[in-house]
Ligand binder design. Structure first.
Ligand code: RP5
Length: 163
């Protein structure tokens, strides 16, 4: 998107991208300007700090951070910004995402990360949570979010089961 991004999606590796597509598709559907970057707390800490420091000045209002394994990305971002940070734990090791979840969710008091579910459901909900935050000050987005929710409810009501 060419517009200044309101939501920044940061993932620890390109291998996380498929999961983050669940977030990107929802941000697109809700017409929320966003961008996605690969930056790692462990592999590119200096570049990560630069990105986070520049984010508010670039119009960013929420950061979604996704990582697997020893998933310190969201916590490190939260340590460097007052923007809300939404964490998405990724399945990346034989521990099936429990490692990522616990690494993200057990933040020390004072540095919050709002941690979502492991994998694609968490990625989708991170996008919806970001939308809810932005909708507090954007009536048109609020209406798009309400319509999105209503459409999902309609899908449930219209679900056809096999005979
Ligand atoms: C984490 O390590 C990444 O977020 C990814 O989930 C995991 C594996 O990364 P790769 O080895 O696939 O680059 O930092």
């Amino acid at each position: 998107m060419s517009e200044q991004p309101s939501v920044g999606i940061v993932m620890g590796s390109k291998s996380d991208y498929e999961v983050l597509l669940a977030a990107i598709e929802i941000l697109r559907a809700l017409e929320i300007p966003h961008e996605a970057r690969v930056l790692s707390a462990h592999r590119t800490p200096d570049q990560l700090f630069e990105y986070v420091a520049a984010a508010p000045g670039r119009g960013m209002r929420v950061i979604i951070a996704a990582a697997g394994g020893a998933a310190h990305l969201a916590g490190v971002i939260a340590a460097k910004t007052l923007l809300p940070v939404l964490g998405v734990p990724i399945v990346a090791t034989p521990l099936n995402g429990l490692d990522s979840l616990l690494s993200m969710v057990q933040m020390p008091r004072g540095i919050p990360v709002a941690t979502l579910a492991i994998g694609k459901p968490g990625a989708a909900n991170a996008a919806l949570f970001a939308a809810a935050i932005l909708a507090l000050n954007d009536a048109a987005l609020h209406d798009r979010l309400a319509a999105w929710r209503a459409a999902r409810a309609q899908e449930v009501l219209e679900a056809k089961l096999p005979d």
